[in-house]
Design a protein around this ligand. Structure first.
Ligand code: 4AZ
Length: 516
């Protein structure tokens, strides 16, 4: 049993399962390895919400049980895990955010307490935790599962028997205070698991917790935690562009996106989003990066000699909820395309400068590559997923959407050239859209979505070329760019014990951004 998000498909050929293993490096005298005959992903697994994040692997041949290799019991459907239930999580994942387990990568364990679903949902952002999930952690932070622990178990002891209650699934960062980790709830899946195993079914055990479950009466205290600056915490910042003063970038005064928010976005949320139309047809997303420049993917302009007269740029999208209304549009006088080896960008120079308002603002560009976006940082992609459809006469549900993700480790790939995130369901219409991450109090566009085939780190990780790669072209073409508001904010980092998944993962596999 593992997590569905560990698998990009049900293709078994590159997978191997190791059992009885203690270290990932060196010899393990008790180890047995086997290949996989079938990968069964939960049919209702949702990669956006992580709901039903469970998979079953049928091994190619039965394994013999030893003192080192034994099956765990599974929590039966009528199990109860009350707030505070003692739990253990094991794995070979990162020992804290962005820090992998040191040589020889010995299996780690951490003791955590179950946290009730209502409280966990309040803490992680209302709507993130479903009944198919179970949470555990310590509110003070410092102990958690982390990247690479996914698919591994959370177990609870009842008498002399260990019962698996959860599968490591997701969390915001690792070991941060008040952000408990989220696990797939095994007990909910009893009938689904049994339906795929005909003989030698797992041992389901009813787990019962003593004591009252305080969670059933829990309600969120105050407003849910917000990761973005809202107009209530900062005065509205309408920038007037009188030279020589530089405009401020990366301010989104109307943005109230909170942790876990993904989907159709209210007007003004991402004030730098523009939509690019070629001969009147929606073609790509783009971003306003200066009063006269828009950034998009080179693939959107495709031809080497683009005709500027075909293009128009729409600003101030979606001010009226539920309809596609734009504040205004402008033409293009010049298109500059970068000339690097894999991903490329295009810069569209506008016919006249745009005046910034609360809902029309430039995003920050890290031209000098001085910003870091550590593993676990929350980032968003905003875009019009199936663009051309969105701009048809059918206006229902056709607005700008966004997807939340987290920065993941790029493995062996250069961190200065690339940024890696957990896989999102990107569509063709997202081409040219930004990957947006906050640094201090400003929003930065860290990458442009392109639909080209891409490198891979792990099956659940997407690689983007950092926009800072194009720093010199940006400076040359755009000149002085708006700069972020100066702010000093500290970053708290906790310690977590490390865990990683049970399988020896092929470290490189070809990953293609979905272009369907
Ligand atoms: C991960 O990326 C991951 N703190 C797993 C668990 C948690 C965070 C990240 C929970 O595999």
């Amino acid at each position: 049993m593992s997590a569905a998000h560990c698998f990009s498909s049900d293709t078994t050929s590159r997978w191997q399962v190791s059992l009885g293993r203690q270290n990932l490096q060196g010899n393990n005298s008790n180890e047995v390895s086997t290949t996989v005959a079938r990968i069964i992903l939960h049919p209702n697994y949702d990669s956006v919400t992580n709901n039903n994040d469970i998979a079953l692997l049928r091994l190619s041949s039965p394994v013999n049980f030893t003192d080192y290799i034994r099956p765990v019991c599974l929590a039966a459907s009528d199990s109860v895990f009350s707030n505070g239930t003692d739990s253990w999580v094991t794995g070979w994942g990162a020992v804290k955010e962005g820090v992998s387990l040191p040589f020889p990568e010995t299996l780690q364990e951490v003791e955590l307490s179950v946290l009730g679903n209502s409280q966990c949902d309040c803490l992680n952002g209302v709507g993130t935790v479903t009944d198919n999930m179970i949470c555990a952690g310590v509110l003070a932070g410092g102990k958690d599962s982390c990247q690479g622990d996914s698919g591994g178990p959370m177990v609870n002891q009842q008498g002399s028997v260990w019962v698996q209650s959860g599968i490591v699934s997701f969390g915001f960062g690792c070991a941060r205070p008040n952000l408990p980790g989220v696990y797939s709830r095994v007990s909910i899946c009893q009938s689904w698991i049994n339906s795929h195993i005909s003989s030698d079914k797992p041992g389901f055990v009813q787990f019962t917790s003593s004591g009252l479950d305080a969670d059933s009466s829990y309600t969120c205290p105050g407003p849910p935690p917000s990761t973005t600056t809202s107009s209530t915490t900062r005065p509205s910042t309408t920038q007037i562009l009188t030279s020589p003063a530089r405009a401020v970038c990366g301010n989104a005064p109307m943005n109230s996106r909170a942790l876990g928010d993904s989907g159709v976005v209210p007007g003004g949320t991402w004030p730098w989003m523009v939509s690019l139309h070629k001969n009147g047809v929606y073609t790509c997303g783009g971003t306003l990066i200066a009063e006269r420049f828009v950034l998009t993917s080179a693939q959107c302009v495709s031809t080497s000699n683009p005709d500027v007269s075909e293009w128009s740029v729409f600003f101030g999208q979606h001010l009226v909820d539920g309809s596609e209304e734009f504040e205004m549009s402008l033409g293009v006088v010049n298109i500059t395309v970068s000339n690097m080896t894999d991903s490329n960008i295009a810069l569209l120079q506008l016919t006249k400068p745009v005046s910034f308002k609360d809902h029309i603002q430039p995003v920050c560009m890290d031209v000098s590559a001085s910003r870091t976006f550590p593993v676990g940082s929350r980032c968003w992609v905003a875009g019009w997923e199936n663009g051309s459809k969105s701009f048809s006469t059918d206006k229902a549900g056709s607005g700008l959407r966004d997807l939340e993700t987290q920065v993941a480790s790029c493995g062996d790939l250069s961190d200065s050239e690339n940024i890696c995130t957990y896989t999102m369901d990107l569509q063709q219409g997202d081409q040219g859209s930004p990957l947006l991450c906050k640094s201090d109090s400003s929003w930065f566009q860290v990458a442009v979505v392109t639909m080209s085939g891409s490198k891979s780190v792990r099956a659940d990780v997407q690689v983007f070329a950092k926009t800072s790669r194009f720093g010199s072209l940006l400076k040359e073409t755009v000149g002085d760019m708006p700069s972020p508001e100066v702010a000093a904010t500290g970053n708290a980092a906790g310690f977590s014990i490390s865990l990683f998944l049970y399988f020896v993962v092929p470290v490189t596999s070809v990953f293609l951004l979905s272009g369907s």
